[in-house]
Design a protein around this ligand. Structure first.
Ligand SMILES: *Cc1c(COP(=O)(O)O)cnc(C)c1O
Length: 394
């Protein structure tokens, strides 16, 4: 008997439920148009919101850093992995976000998985939105703290939970700022008010929002600063990534210098993981300069998204609660979702179907990621392809 036979059984079950995921064909190039299986397709699958992943300035900075600093770092940051460029980028992040300090992680999945267990333990409690990213959920699990999950953005439910949990030693409220599947914003001013009222720590993950939201591109916390000017300083722990709008790779946390010193001591994914290549930091430095100097990129992506959302809504597509560059087309059944994705692909449009466990059962969707590199013609092609496809699957 093969001890791994259960894997075959499980895979068959996934396939029968239309939930088996297959690796997509490898993509060539990055940007609004990519090549799959030798065919050019318009890419709506990417989080490269500012169109920086293929930017020559990032690529050159990374290549030069590689020639000067080598590729692999060979050790974790506390040993000897931290290069001059890591140091520069952490200082630059602190300046960009106007915080005391920042700390780089290999990815922001690793950041969340390491930070949360460094903040809370068995005697403590976590309050999290039901739609938080998987990395936050895993961080919560690893922490062994008591978990309280509130319905999506439901502040009344959160307050009830907080009011009933005063026995804990420490409490942490944690949320995405821009939700990765629904494309809606967390009510950060209300979260900050509740954190204060109940003396809880507040942690916000801005992975999808940095570079896109806020007058200077600092994210949803800055976006809400117009109604709540002190909001950014009142979020104790803030997380971001270079992998999405910033076009590179790597995660980070920013906040007070005491917080950052603590996390450098206690976040296991920081302490026990090799520092990422200096080339990545070089690209990150350039990306932050571009966010500063080319604000038109963030207005373009939000303008593109709002035009597309309007066109889709006029044609009776259900775009859910989206108010951002992430636009879900709510389909429902996983089989139908994958059929639509395939028909779009036949028409030169790459838009991924999202199925459980990424979304709740029967809430499968096509997730459209809109970028500053999409032209009006590309958005029109998407809308007309969707109209054709609807005639076929109806
Ligand atoms: C994508 C995402 C991450 C993971 O970021 P990586 O740097 O790609 O690991 C973490 N948190 C949220 C909210 C995300 O959407």
């Amino acid at each position: 008997m093969d001890p791994l036979r259960w894997v075959d059984d499980q895979l068959r079950q996934l396939e029968d439920a239309d939930l088996l995921r297959k690796l997509p064909p490898p993509l060539r190039a990055a940007g609004a148009v990519v090549e799959i299986d030798g065919a050019q397709v318009i890419n709506f699958s990417s989080n490269d919101y500012l169109g920086l992943a293929a930017d020559q300035r990032l690529i050159e900075a990374a290549a030069n850093a590689c020639y000067q600093q080598g590729l692999g770092r060979g050790a974790s940051p506390l040993v000897s992995g931290r290069s001059e460029l890591h140091d520069q980028l952490e200082k630059r992040l602190a300046e960009f976000f106007a915080t005391d300090a920042a700390l780089l992680f290999p990815t922001s999945f690793a950041a969340n998985a390491g930070i949360i267990p460094a903040l809370v333990d068995r005697a403590d409690a976590i309050y999290g939105d039901e739609k938080n990213h998987a990395s936050i959920i895993d961080g919560c699990r690893l922490s062994r703290a008591q978990r309280h999950i509130y319905p999506h953005t439901d502040m009344a439910a959160l307050e009830q939970m907080l009011a009933g949990g005063k026995q804990y030693r420490r409490r942490l409220i944690v949320s995405d700022s821009l939700f990765s599947m629904d494309g809606d914003l967390a009510p950060l001013p209300q979260l900050a008010a509740l954190a204060e009222k109940y003396n809880a720590m507040l942690m916000v993950d801005e992975a999808h929002a940095i570079g896109v939201f806020g007058a200077q591109g600092r994210g949803v916390a800055e976006h809400f600063a117009t109604e709540d000017p002190t909001l950014e300083q009142r979020i104790h722990i803030r997380v971001g990534t270079f992998a999405k709008a910033l076009g590179a790779a790597g995660g980070f946390v920013y906040g007070s210098s005491a917080l950052i010193r603590w996390l450098a001591n206690r976040a296991r994914t920081y302490v026990f993981s090799t520092a990422h290549p200096a080339a990545i930091c070089a690209a990150g430095l350039v990306a932050l300069e571009i966010v500063d100097s080319e604000p038109n990129r963030r207005s373009t992506v939000l303008e593109n998204a709002s035009q597309l959302r309007n066109q889709l809504r006029q044609r009776n597509w259900d775009t859910g609660p989206s108010t951002s560059q992430i636009i879900p087309l709510q389909i429902g059944s996983p089989a139908r979702t994958m059929q639509i994705a395939q028909l779009l692909r036949d028409r030169g449009i790459w838009a991924p179907g999202i199925r459980p466990p990424s979304v709740p059962p029967d809430q499968s969707l096509l997730r459209l990621g809109i970028t500053a590199a999409h032209t009006p013609q590309m958005l029109d092609s998407l809308v007309s392809a969707l109209s054709e496809v609807r005639e076929i699957v109806k």
